[in-house]
Design a protein. Sequence first.
Length: 295
Amino acid sequence: MVTAYFQQGRDITIAYPVTVDGLTTRVVECGSGERVLFCMHGVGSRADRFIPVMAHLAAAGYRVLAMDFPGHGLAAKPADYGYRPRDFARFAAGVLDALGLRGVTVLGTSLGGQVAATLACERPELVAGLVLIGTMGIVPMDPASMVPPERVSDGSPEAVRSKLTFLLSSGEQVVDAWVREESQINSSWGAREALHKAAQALNEDSVADLQTQRLQTTRPDIPILLVWGERDQWTPLPMGLQTSEALPQAQFHVMAGCGHAPYFEDPVQFTRVVHEFSTGQAVPAATGHHGEGDN
């Protein structure tokens, strides 16, 4: 049962390279149709984190894509790249341009949420809606909650296991195969330096480059859903409540029993919430505890 968190959905996704301004990344895709969801991961993560929920979203009628940011996953890791949220937003815009996509709903988690909000402001024709999950970039990150770049960039198996356990609500979900894969990827050529740079930039820009006012002035009518894990240790729930107050136009939903990656821990409930949001239904403020049988 536990391994389903890590393995689910891999058999029905495809993956392919996309090159933007000379940098190549990997896009993972699942499903078909005109309703497009574009997923962006957090710092030190990669597109794979969305694969378990992609299968459920595709079954609900969505075409779902996720990409690796430069320096992450299987993307290029050049030493001279900026690795700031605005750099990632420009890169994501280039990927959408390369794929000919417009008017998508962007799902961004943590760093990816800050990138998604930036992208929505800078290229409004690309983004029709936002699902921001445990997001940064709306209210200042508490310095006490910032994760040291040294921890993010450490690709050793011990450090990876610690990070994944911190990410989720239960360490039982962190299986050995996942730790090995993550460690191999985050120890690949250029990864340590790139992830260190990205984490440092995020710590700075999660305070200095907030997107709150930009969203309110440039995209006052864009639909926004905020999703927070009740047990989130990286961006704790009080930060979610502050984010909801800062974006009064947004719907706010708390997923009980989940950590910083609720889409990974409870893909069935997450899919239901996203579908309600994207079809214009009122999203409930919170869910009950999820069961492993749903995963």
